[in-house]
Design a binder for this molecule. Sequence first.
Ligand SMILES: Cc1cc2nc3c(=O)[nH]c(=O)nc-3n(C[C@H](O)[C@H](O)[C@H](O)COP(=O)(O)OP(=O)(O)OC[C@H]3O[C@@H](n4cnc5c(N)ncnc54)[C@H](O)[C@@H]3O)c2cc1C
Length: 414
Amino acid sequence: MNNKVLTSIKTKVIVIGAGIAGSSIAGDLTRLGYEVHLYDKNLGPAKETSAHETALAHPQVGKKISKLQRFTQLANQLANQKWKKAQQVQEAFEPLRNLTSTQLGQLPELLDEMGLTSLEAQILTAKEAALKTNVSAPGLWFPTAAVYSLPRVCEIEVALLDEGQTHWNCHIKRIRQENHLWQLIDQDEDVIGSAPILILAGGLHVQDLLKTIDIHLPLRPVRGQITTFKIKTESLLMPHLPKKAIRGDGYCMPATRVTPQEWHWEIGSSYDEDQSDISPWLISDQENALKAMNLIGCDHTHLNELVPVHAFVGIRSASKDRLPLIGPIPKHPGLFVACAYGSRGVLWSALAAPLMTAYVDAFFAGADRLRAGFLTGATSTLASEVASAVNPGRFLRGVLATRASNSKPIFPVS
Ligand SMILES: Cc1cc2nc3c(=O)[nH]c(=O)nc-3n(C[C@H](O)[C@H](O)[C@H](O)COP(=O)(O)OP(=O)(O)OC[C@H]3O[C@@H](n4cnc5c(N)ncnc54)[C@H](O)[C@@H]3O)c2cc1C
């Protein structure tokens, strides 16, 4: 083998899945100089769950400080730095109508304890909110929140790869490892790709590919529907529509004018656990319409002025603890997964891409720890907590306990 081939094998990585999970990992690895080959069964990126234009991202705020809150705060910063060009709408508001005045009074202290600066979250009175958003309720204002176009994020990332490194219309039927190389096998039983590192980022289908090597990953489908409604310009609902993205139980966007007589208003989204039917449901449209009325604080008499014109349906993949699975499959050297992003595709992708590049660096360097400083903006403790919390090994220890190993697994720094 000549040196060029050897170098290529040492830096070659295959990613299956060109949704936001796989595209963002492929992009980051390419930025670092790896030779990435991206495979997808569709004819281009973002054709399945990541095919929607309205994905909201903001740091989570809860009643108490949690890991999720700290992870989403960091992820939101990373997404903002990286994907400004994919932002459709900036800033968002969360009305808090059900809090007592005592609870509202405790909010500044809570935000402070969470380490959220006024650049990340602010408390608005009903009057201030009405001015900024047209929704008259006290609540939380997120200056760094944004609504992302997932296809645009994928395009930005995939554009970094050379044409010969994107492999469309390739349905991988199964995978196997031979001579330290992971092989992709298609429907005709042909080997259509091989590399020392294989990253499975095929959403829910990661489960199917792992089954082909006898690994059972507990993922669940969660169906979601986003509805676009049309509203007549003279509708009595028009004066109530928000000027900014509003979140709470669901989310709604500012409406856009499509003709002088008509506006479109996008509202998401339903959350149907263990459902994977991708046809639009009327009941989900109705659910979304009700959610929107509650979000903007409008009575239900205007519901019949909302006429559905379009629905996006996608199937999220989710894990039992609602955290994603990002990292190595134990006892299978070179095999990694990035899936179960649930309703936080943007945030988990922003964290997963640098985390996965750190794993790939460690693998090729023969290191058993991730390099320090791999998550920009995070302390080493926080970076380590992220890696541990999302490690797929948390669901696989029992399953793989009896397998033989030919290499030490890579664990996150502790
Ligand atoms: C209704 C709805 C609303 C949402 N709202 C938000 C939101 O507001 N904010 C947010 O951040 N997230 C949101 N999400 C979540 C977000 O859309 C997902 O988390 C994200 O799109 C998942 O991306 P993915 O890359 O894991 O999966 P996908 O986008 O599904 O990509 C997987 C890819 O893998 C390919 N693939 C799979 N198996 C194979 C195989 N065997 N061979 C070849 N290719 C294969 C598929 O073709 C596909 O392109 C929402 C989701 C839904 C459904």
